[in-house]
Structures are given as C-alpha cells and as structure tokens.
Design a protein around this ligand. Structure first.
Ligand code: C2O
Ligand code: CU
Length: 489
C-alpha cells in the first residue's frame, strides 16, 4: 500500500505559487480547442500554464475605462479591528471605513464608479470583488487571478460602469473564507437610470457574526417606518455561507428581482418560504397592512418590521414550509439567446471522496470525479452560447457562483423552467439536484466558478472559466511581502 499512497500524496501536492491556468485540465465542452496553443494539462505545460501566443491579451489589460471623471467616487479602507455592531455587540473582525457591513454604495445605471481600496492593517492582504456585477475582468478583485492582493499600506483602484440596475455586494476575495465571515464586505445598489425609485427602498443584508444573526448590522428586530399601504423594496443579501431562509408575515409580497435581474411579471404571494443562496440576492416588495406591521424574518430571531412607529413585533412567527419556486414564478419571456444551439456544453458534477488534498488526507469535494487542483478549466470563445449542467451528489448543498456573467436557469431535475427567465449569478444546488443553465460568453477573461460556501471553496471547490486567447499574469501563492500572499479562497 505504501507505494500507491505515496504516489497519490505526491500527485496531490500544489506548488507554493502557480497560475490557475496551470491547474487541472482543459475542458472544451465539445467546442474547438484554443487556437492560441491550447490550455494543455499541467503535466505538459507546467504550473505556469500555457505560454502566451502572439495576439493574446492579458487579464491585466482587461480593465474598465481608464479615462473619465467618475460619477460615484468612493474610498474604502479595510481594517482588522474590534468593532461594535450597529446593535451594540462587540465583534473581533474586519471593517470597511470603520464598520461592518461597510458603506452602501449607490449608483445609477450609466454611472462610472470608482472605488479606491486602501489596506490599513490587514496583514493577510485584501481585495474587493463586486459580487454579481459583471465588471471587466481586471476589475473583478480576485487575488492571484485578476490582481495581486493589496498589502498593508497599499491601494488599488477599481473602475467600471454600472450597467445593470439591481442589488449587489462587495467583499474581499483574499482569504475570503475568513475575511468575509468576519466582516470585510458591504453592499452596492444600482438604481435604474431614470430612477423611479420606490419611496421606500432598503437593503437588508444578512450576516452572522460569531453566531449572531444580523440584518444590516443589527441583531434582533429593527424597524423601517412606513404607513399602511406603503410598498417597500427590501433588498435581501445573503453574505453567509449557508442558504438563507426568509419569510414575510402579515403581508403578501412579490419577488421583484433575483441576483440583480428583474423578475418578469412577479405575482403576489403569501406564506411562502424564500431560499436565498449564499452570495445571492432577492428584492422583496412588501406592503404595509392596515393594522400592525409587515415583518420580514431571516431566522434566529432577526427580522425587519415595516410599519408605523412603535409597531409591535408580536409573537415570533413560524416559518412557512411551502417554498416559493423560482422555476415557475412570474411570466415567461424571451431570454435573448438560443440555448439549444450551444457551442459549448459543460458538466460541473460535484461529488465527494476520500483522498489527499495538497497532502492532507480527508473527505474532499470532487468535480467530474477529480479533486483540487486537478479540476476542469472550462474554455470558451467570446460569443459562444454555453450550456452547463451542474449536478450534486456530495451530501451537502453548494451555492455555485460564476464570476463575470449571469446565467439563465433552463431546467431543474429535468423539469424545464416555466416562469419568468430565472437569471442568476449564485445558484443553490442541493444534494441530488441537477440544474441546467445557459449563458452567453460575452465578457472575456479568466473567471472563477466556485462554491460560495467559502469554506468549501477553501477546501478546493473552485474551477475557472477561461476565454481562449487570454493569458494570466498573476499567481496564486505569490509572496507580496509583510506576510501576505495571494490566496483567493
Ligand atoms: Cu462572492 Cu468568488 O465570490
Ligand atoms: Cu459547497
């Protein structure tokens, strides 16, 4: 037994620095191989990935607009510190401009957004990833993939146009399983261009600090003042690692948007349970009833009341058992591309098995039967229509997040979507489920496609989508000095 085990152990070792283009093997999904020389297996091209070819473009050059005065200009300072939640409790973690969640960024469609990240004292380094905003690749904020992490005393400027109205969030994508859990995040709202902004519009960002569930930084029940008949848009954001169970009491409601994309023809529903995937967002419209207040619950006795001042929380409402199924919610309409004529068809089959991950024995996640780092690199050409089947036989739920793109859910367990186009960037894939999604490869770069249970990502549930002809100048593991090295997960 010693020989084979020794062999497996060696094969599982990950070098201290490497290019994600050197990981695993290329999966062309039935489309043409990369004409630029190919993303060969690391066995042949090495951990640096394939050498650049003439005409290739570097991730570092796929930036947002270099010129132009920003319409929204924000400086965000990341800090490691003890701080107080808005509801008063002390937390040892990370802040942005002194608080967690960090400041909410509000922009309008068409705005040029500029954010300067300063790292005050986060010794591990930090970045900002714009979760759900399909920014140009070099603005995506992934340490070791789209930039180097910002060391203490350093800065990084992000510039992009706000193109799609909706609810998003930002978070560090450096040692993210720790930095996000401990507070290094905030929200972004992009309002429609001619902003018929609802009179009541509030972000309800849910995060659990040291086991304490909060909504927008407050534990317990907080109140948004409103009068009977008022409609309020509550922008639910799940920044935790587990699916968020949310429900509305004392009001019917509509789901206006999912992951920053409007639902077509959302109908009023009542007593339905919402499941917001880790990283996902849902904009929920509640109407203040004639008496009392509407209440949005997010479990663990954290809730938001929408109603008159002094409204009473009442007794703790029970969660409905019946789920709102987005597969059939709303009204169908054209999705803008034809998934039946896809140029690429990929599988993202998640399993689990006993083996060695970077020399550590354990029960690890697999993708298409392979363990990290031997994972697929999904290769596309710009303009391809892509179909991906995501299935899960791993015994756990995985909130799958593809960077830089939105995808349309085509089916679940063989049942075709029948409601509004269900457009996602974060999809809860439960054990034994199979989803088919489709998207257009319209944003060149090298993009993470990973589980947003960030502990699972840290345990190797991370693949990438690469456009042919794009080269990777950054290195995971690269030493940045002062104790920081690129470590996206
Ligand atoms: Cu919310 Cu890879 O990120
Ligand atoms: Cu997972």
């Amino acid at each position: 037994m010693i020989a084979p085990l020794g062999y497996l152990w060696n094969a599982s070792r990950v070098p201290s620095t490497y290019s994600v283009m050197g990981m695993g093997y290329a999966d062309y999904g039935g489309g043409p191989a990369d004409e630029h020389g190919g993303h060969a297996e690391h066995a042949s091209s090495g951990w640096d990935g394939p050498p650049p070819q003439p005409g290739d473009v570097s991730v570092a050059d796929l930036t947002g607009p270099a010129d132009g005065t920003p319409d929204v200009d924000v400086t965000l300072t990341a800090r490691r510190e003890r701080f107080s939640l808005a509801s008063g409790e002390d937390v040892d973690g990370y802040t942005v401009n002194g608080s967690s969640p960090g400041p909410e960024i509000r922009a309008r469609v068409g705005d040029l957004v500029q954010v300067t990240l300063l790292n005050d004292n986060v010794t591990g380094g930090a970045t900002l990833h714009w979760h759900g905003i399909d920014v140009p690749n070099a603005e995506d904020g992934v340490a070791g993939v789209t930039q180097d992490a910002v060391p203490v005393g350093g800065r990084h400027v992000y510039r992009f146009f706000a193109e799609d109205a909706g609810t998003y969030w930002y978070h560090s994508h450096q040692v993210s399983h720790e930095q996000v859990r401990k507070g290094l995040f905030g929200t972004v709202v992009v309002e429609p261009e001619n902003g018929s902004r609802a009179e009541l519009d509030a972000v309800a960002v849910v995060h659990t600090y040291d086991g304490r569930r909060t909504v927008s930084g407050r534990s317990g029940v907080s109140t948004i003042e409103a009068v009977p008949g008022d409609r309020t848009r509550l922008r639910l954001v799940n920044t935790d690692n587990s699916p968020l169970r949310a429900w509305v009491t004392n009001s019917h409601f509509r789901v206006l948007a999912v992951d920053g994309r409007d639902v077509n023809g959302p109908t009023e529903v009542e007593r339905k349970l919402l499941i917001v995937p880790a990283g996902g967002r849902m904009d929920v419209e509640v109407t203040v009833p004639e008496s009392g207040a509407a209440r949005l619950d997010v479990g663990a006795e954290a809730a938001v009341l929408v109603g008159p001042k002094g409204g009473r929380p009442g007794k703790l409402p029970v969660a409905p058992t019946d789920r709102l199924d987005l597969l059939s919610y709303g009204t169908p309409m054209a999705i803008g591309f034809d998934p039946t004529s896809a140029e690429r068809r990929f599988d993202y089959r998640i399993g689990r098995r006993i083996g060695f991950l970077d020399g550590r024995p354990g029960f690890w996640w697999t993708v298409n039967g392979h363990m990290f780092p031997d994972l697929p690199m999904y290769v596309v050409d710009e303009g391809d229509v892509v179909r991906m089947t995501i299935s899960n036989k791993s015994g756990d739920v995985h909130p799958m997040h593809l960077h830089g793109h939105h995808a349309v859910v085509l089916s679940r367990d063989g049942v075709a979507a029948s409601g509004s186009p269900w457009v996602i960037d974060s999809l809860n894939v439960e054990d034994d489920e199979t989803y088919e999604i489709g998207f257009v490869a319209d944003n060149p770069g090298i993009w993470m496609d990973h589980c947003h249970n960030l502990d699972h990502a840290d345990d190797g549930l991370v693949a990438h989508l690469a456009y042919s002809g794009v080269t990777e100048p950054y290195r995971v593991g690269k030493d940045l000095g002062g104790g920081a090295a690129n470590q996206p997960e």
